[in-house]
Design a protein around this ligand. Sequence first.
Ligand code: SF4
Length: 99
Amino acid sequence: MSQVRRQATLRPRPHWGWQDAAACRGEDLVLFFGPDGERQPEREIRERKAKEICAQCPVRTECLDYAISRPEKYGTWGGLNEDERASERRRRMRRANAA
Ligand code: SF4
C-alpha cells in the first residue's frame, strides 16, 4: 500500500450528519459562495445575507469546525468568510501550540 493510499485510509472520514439540520438547506449556493467576477460592494451584501442565515443555524459550530479543519478555501461556512476562517484557524493553532 502506498504512503498516500495508507494515509487516505487512516484519515478520519468527515461526519456529514450535521448537514441535515443546516439552515442553508435549500438556499441558493451562490449566496454562500458568490458568483464569478463579484465586486466588493455586492460581495459584502451577499455575505451579510449568508451570515444572517448562519447566525440562526443550529449546526453553526459543527459547520465552522468542519470548514476550519479542512482546506475549505471558498465561501461562507459557519458564519465566517474565507479571511475570517483563516484568522480563526491561526487563532486555534496558536492556542493549541500554547497548550
Ligand atoms: S452555519 Fe451557515 S453555512 Fe454552515 S450549515 Fe449553517 S447555515 Fe449553512
